[in-house]
Design a protein around this ligand. Structure first.
Ligand SMILES: Cc1cc2nc3c(=O)[nH]c(=O)nc-3n(C[C@H](O)[C@H](O)[C@H](O)COP(=O)(O)OP(=O)(O)OC[C@H]3O[C@@H](n4cnc5c(N)ncnc54)[C@H](O)[C@@H]3O)c2cc1C
Length: 468
């Protein structure tokens, strides 16, 4: 570390805090508008959960219609160019999700950030801000070079936890009554025999979650759905915690209590899938000591799950661990109070609105302790608009939020937290930040004309109307 008395100062047009799904899209969107954009990330690599192997949910509705475009599609196009794109698949349960190779996504994210001239500050933690009367003039970061102030007229908070909004004085809710969705660690297995796995679904559909929304089921029997999965030919399979296979294994303590072992393809070349199953619930992940203490349990669960898959799930006999997420995945911390708030009714009724700046379509999806999980589909398998006001922290002028910390009630958060809508919000936030920077004398995101913002978003490929 240097021993300068005064911290160094950097200046930018737009500062984006957090390089997860939302922050990456925000930074690219601000930079492509010609703004000097600094993207600050505590970790070693931009991309967040985009890099862990999970599919992108909430970008394609239950009818297979895309509801998120723009930067998200550009990232998928890059994955396709680099031979790491599988595509939008029907899970024959509730949704379509977009699958790709997370190793290739690393190239896509870093490549697009570089192409648009985003200045990256990795290994840099924002621990403070110059904030007065709801107006932020600089953030304070700590890294190997010591402390630095990064000044800008406008900020995007895509930290997942709403760190900057809170530093600026925003109010928030955290989980609900001490309950938080579980933290989990994702992992991948390669060498899966997909036809054998899909034959197993066909022969024993009772173990799997199938056709949970009528928009997906369409009057089919479980046997017909299992057949459709087989025809799709990809391991898009959800072993349910209350199905006989998992329930018995949990009861006999061959498996930890869990709602699911969700299997999604990551690489057809490697015969590789991502598994979403591990969990430790009701941890406030903003308490770093508590979060860190879960790692041992989560990795122990990975070991248990690997052995279970190899021993008990046809198709996994010869599969091996091929990747472990580089961080503990966090589903839920703070929901910032915004000028507007997305509600459960907005989500479930697929509400469209004139001030929408992006869409979501994922079901209300609240993982709970043990084997519990709430899953409520969006009416008719459609999509809902995210209101612009949900990105504006109440009482804060020049900080816009995007991603997991968006203003929403808890059920709505259970839907909008997934990566498709986070990417759409990121694009909206970055675009709005560039627009505010362009407006002489303006220092409050509320001066942005939402019609003009929507026009700018459409021009850059965002989807604001069309799909159900
Ligand atoms: C186990 C699990 C499974 C999931 N499954 C799916 C799925 O299948 N499909 C799907 O679409 N979604 C899924 N989700 C949800 C989704 O991954 C996240 O909600 C989403 O990625 C959030 O994106 P974000 O950009 O808002 O936040 P994050 O990805 O949390 O990114 C925030 C970034 O900000 C950085 N940061 C935070 N604070 C600071 C600070 N003070 N200084 C500097 N940097 C900071 C962090 O390091 C992080 O990289 C899952 C989540 C989990 C945990």
């Amino acid at each position: 570390m240097n021993d300068q008395a005064a911290p160094a100062t950097l200046r930018a047009d737009v500062v984006v805090l957090g390089a997860g799904a939302a922050g990456v899209c925000a930074a690219i969107s601000a930079a492509r508008e010609g703004k000097h954009t600094v993207l600050i990330e505590a970790g070693p690599m931009p991309g967040g959960e985009l890099l862990t192997g999970m599919a992108v949910d909430g970008a394609v509705n239950a009818h297979g219609e895309w509801v998120v475009g723009g930067v998200a599609r550009e990232l998928f196009d890059e994955c396709r160019r680099l031979d790491g794109y599988i595509g939008a698949l029907n899970d024959w349960r509730l949704i379509h999700y977009v699958c790709y190779d997370p190793e290739v996504m690393k190239l896509a994210v870093s490549g697009l950030l570089a192409k648009h001239g985003v200045t990256l500050l990795l290994h840099s933690f924002v621990f403070g801000a110059d904030a007065h009367d709801g107006h932020v003039s600089a953030v304070h970061i700590l890294n190997k070079a010591g402390m630095t102030r990064v000044e800008a007229p406008v900020f995007v908070d895509a930290s997942g936890d709403g760190d900057l909004a809170v530093l600026a004085g925003a109010r928030y809710q955290s989980g609900e009554k001490g309950q938080f969705q579980p933290v989990s660690i994702m992992f991948r297995m390669a060498g899966v025999d997909t036809p054998r796995l899909l034959d197993f679904v066909r022969s024993a559909p009772q173990h799997f979650a199938l056709g949970e929304s009528e928009a997906i089921r369409g009057g089919r029997t479980d046997a017909q759905i299992a057949e459709a999965l087989r025809e799709q030919g990809q391991p898009t399979v959800f072993l349910k915690g209350d199905g006989p296979l998992l329930a018995k294994a949990i009861e006999q303590q061959r498996l930890y209590p869990t709602a699911l072992i969700m299997i999604q393809p990551t690489s057809t070349h490697r015969g590789e899938v991502c598994l979403n199953s591990t969990r430790v619930a009701n941890i406030d992940a903003t308490r770093t000591l508590d979060l860190s203490a879960t790692l041992g349990s989560l990795t122990q669960q990975v070991e248990v799950c690997l052995a279970f898959m190899q021993a008990e799930v046809p198709g996994f006999e010869d599969a091996r661990l091929s990747g472990l997420a580089p961080r503990i995945g966090i589903r839920e911390t703070r929901r910032i109070e915004g000028d507007a708030s997305l509600t459960e009714s907005d989500v479930l009724r697929a509400r469209k609105r004139p001030d929408g700046i992006g869409r979501g379509c994922h079901h209300v999806d609240i993982h709970q302790d043990g084997a519990g999980q709430v899953r409520i589909p969006v009416d008719g398998g459609g999509s809902y608009d995210i209101p612009w006001g949900a990105l504006l922290p109440a009482g804060v002028a020049n900080v816009v939020i995007a991603g997991r910390c968006v203003s929403a009630d808890r059920p709505a958060h259970g839907s909008v937290r997934v990566m498709g809508p986070c990417m759409a919000m990121g694009q909206a936030a970055g675009t709005a930040a560039a627009m505010l920077r362009d407006t002489p004398g303006a220092d409050d995101f509320r001066t942005i004309d939402v019609k003009q913002l929507r026009q700018r978003l459409r021009a850059n490929g965002a989807i604001l109307e069309g799909p159900r």
